[in-house]
Write a protein that binds this ligand. Structure first.
Ligand SMILES: *Cc1c(COP(=O)(O)O)cnc(C)c1O
Length: 386
């Protein structure tokens, strides 16, 4: 039996371990120099002016939703083809996610359909760069500008992706990234928001630390003494530690290599699977460059004598830890309980029945990749209707 191959896995080496040990031996375990350094390096990497590092990608989404001014009753447009956190951050702020269907080719939110869902209550759009392929950001930002909406790009899948020569993280009002171990680079848990707006940046710094400032220049009242600080808004403890940022800094140095390996694997899969009847490979637009967080194949169920589950289960029996990204968010019992009905995004629902995420991560060996290629081909061929 082949060693087991998960759909994603982190890469940790000696540099990472030494970097964290050095942080452990320093004077700061949290909120020290490594946080600043990591934010500056990350902002530089994505060509944004500012970055605020927080304790998870989900915390980054919540922080961005707060900074965007999402409030009780506000409607926020997002895609159902995402991890629940992209929509949950709207609920945290008392707002209401409005799901807009995806484009059947790119699997990203369809800008034409966004327009139709904008109402007087709409406050923001949260596009998700699904699998790493950037959304139609020009179109989405134009729509947002016309209607006075703010754009929070969930770029959790798209660190290092490029949209028309621009780095993801430099384009939308706010962009968020996750450093969960399954993503392109990791801090254990962690996330970051990037922006070019000083105003949004300063709001987010407060929000991640209870809404508290110790900076005399920002006080509402006169300082009462050296001990004095003010809580000026209701924030959370979403701080990230120096240990995590030390890891983030050493990971960042290897990020381009990680991404290159992901691209090589995707290219190999494309080569093989585009020739296979029964499989549709991920369609990539000409003006974007994906960093490939996920490689998602679509099964042409009309040509197969079985459902997706059969192929999924057989891959697991062969030790290939495939996944499904994603079930439409509003299928979840919680969303059903709060009143979302099935049927609202037919393309996403259609796609959900036929997708499988194949393993893709830098630590995969060429031999692992060929094993996946061979096994997927054999299984799909077996069920092809002649
Ligand atoms: C991973 C992910 C998140 C959440 O990130 P965490 O760091 O796990 O909180 C949000 N949105 C998308 C699309 C993700 O893939």
């Amino acid at each position: 039996m082949h060693n087991s191959i998960p759909y994603g896995h982190h890469w940790i080496d000696k540099d990472d371990i030494e970097s964290v040990i050095a942080a452990l031996q320093s004077d700061f375990l949290t909120t020290g120099p490594k946080v600043d350094e990591f934010e500056k390096e990350f902002a530089k990497y994505v060509d944004s002016k500012y970055a605020v590092a927080v304790s998870s990608g989900t915390a980054a989404l919540h922080t961005a939703a707060f900074a965007a001014g999402i409030n009780s009753g506000d409607e926020v447009i997002t895609t159902p083809m995402t991890f629940a956190a992209s929509a949950n951050c709207v609920l945290y702020q008392g707002g209401m996610p409005v799901f807009v269907d995806i484009d059947k080719k790119t699997y990203n939110i369809d800008p034409l359909k966004i327009k139709k869902k904008i109402s007087r209550g709409t406050k923001a759009i949260i596009p998700v760069d699904y699998t790493g392929q950037p959304c139609d950001l020009d179109e989405i930002n134009d729509i947002a500008r016309e209607s006075g909406l703010i754009v929070i790009e969930d770029a959790s899948h798209a660190i290092g992706s490029i949209y028309q020569q621009k780095k993801i993280g430099s384009i939308s009002d706010l962009s968020i990234f996750s450093f969960h171990p399954v993503k392109h680079m990791t801090t254990g848990e962690g996330g970051i928001v990037t922006t070019n707006s000083k105003e949004l940046y300063e709001k987010m710094l407060l929000f991640r630390n209870h809404g508290i400032t110790k900076d005399e220049c920002d006080f509402f009242s006169n300082s009462k003494g050296m001990w004095y600080y003010e809580q000026q808004l209701l924030g959370y403890n979403y701080r990230i530690t120096d240990l995590q940022c030390a890891l983030g800094l050493s990971q960042l140095k290897k990020l381009d290599d990680f991404i290159k390996r992901r691209k090589d694997i995707a290219k190999r899969y494309d080569e093989e699977f585009s020739k296979i009847e029964g499989i549709i490979t991920p369609h990539q637009l000409y003006d974007v460059n994906s960093s490939w967080h996920l490689y998602v194949i679509q099964l042409e169920l009309e040509k197969l004598s079985c459902a997706r589950k059969k192929i999924f289960d057989e891959l697991h029996k062969k030790n290939i830890g495939v996944q499904v990204h994603y079930m439409p968010v509003y299928y979840h019992p919680y969303y059903q309980q709060i009143g979302y009905k099935k049927g609202i995004c037919p393309n996403a629902e259609w796609l959900y029945e036929r997708i499988i995420s194949l393993p893709i991560y830098p630590k995969m060996t060429d031999e692992d990749v060929e094993y996946v290629v061979g096994t997927v081909k054999n299984i799909v061929k077996k069920y092809l209707i002649k």
